[in-house]
Write a protein that binds this ligand. Sequence first.
Ligand SMILES: *Cc1c(COP(=O)(O)O)cnc(C)c1O
Length: 380
Amino acid sequence: MSNERIFLSPPHMSGNEMKYIQEAFDTNWIAPLGTNVDKFEEELCEYIGMEHGLALSSGTAGIHLALKYFDVGPGDYVFCSDLTFAGSCNPILYQYANPVFIDSEPESWNMSPIALEKAFEWAEKENKMPKAVIIVDLYGQSADYDSLLPICERYGVPVIEDAAEALGATYKGKKCGSFGHIGIFSFNGNKIITTSGGGMVVSNNEEAIKKMRFWATQSREPAKHYEHKEVGYNYRMSNICAGIGRGQLKVLNERIESKKKIRLFYEDSFKGLPVQIIPIPNNSESNYWLTVMTIDEGCTVSPFDVIGLLEEENIESRSVWKPMSLQPLFNESGSFSHTHEKHVGTEFFKKGICLPSGSELGKSQLNLITELISKLFKDN
Ligand SMILES: *Cc1c(COP(=O)(O)O)cnc(C)c1O
């Protein structure tokens, strides 16, 4: 293996980050909180078009606080997208509540309105109405909110939008993260922009953000001494990490442009092969975080053949998320599929591959990847 490893989606710094980190050093604001945190919250909210933000140590912490805000507790039910990363639903277990997983639709890969409707009908009949619905915008692609939100509204259940992978994506011109009562983002190292690790919750509900801010700082009561009436968490983002975030936010649109070019390159190179690139519905614009492809029915090449072949050349690719309803951790949880015969998420898992999508990928690297994959399909 002679070539330098090609990662799936590595961090890509802009050079602006050090300026903000330096400011933190100069003013000795190395402690958590400080100017960078306040500014990062303001700047991200302005970008998304939401009024209030709360910078956190992770996106998972954001989902946990949002669930707490909607009073999710032991024995409660929460609906959640099935095809997602475990970070979306682990917090349901932190609150000792029961997740119910909702399958994807084929059009956007995101929550199926048909499956959601079925789940609500079940919940109404069984008296198991959820306290919240977590809708994920998968792989930088918006869910179909015009179909999903009216269903949740009809049953009076609030929506948490897990936009961890979709910062910068839009649906009918409106930014992902702004569709739920509370939206969450992640700035983990592999996301489209990173703070090395971190997250944010956004909302137009000031009271909600205030409450979550309180819980995230150990629920310290306003008093001269340390006074506590409620359980709290140490969930805030540090001023250093927020400095990285401010630098990264400045180049987010450039990153989206670079990643879009990568997707177009794959699309072009794979014409004629028995593969499909993840669709983008007409009403939305992806942030192109990862280019995902599926292998056509009947083709003998499996995702693991592709992943293994690339790995031999020191290139990282991954299979699509394994649906939560198939995970041993959740084998007692309920789930609703898109149709009786068809579990859409399972099909995507069985035939999907996430291709290297780093915004710094060069032409020669892309050529190497696409030639390896094309040859594999032509030889089989
Ligand atoms: C990354 C991710 C999370 C969790 O974010 P962290 O910052 O890693 O805690 C949650 N949901 C989805 C869909 C993600 O991709």
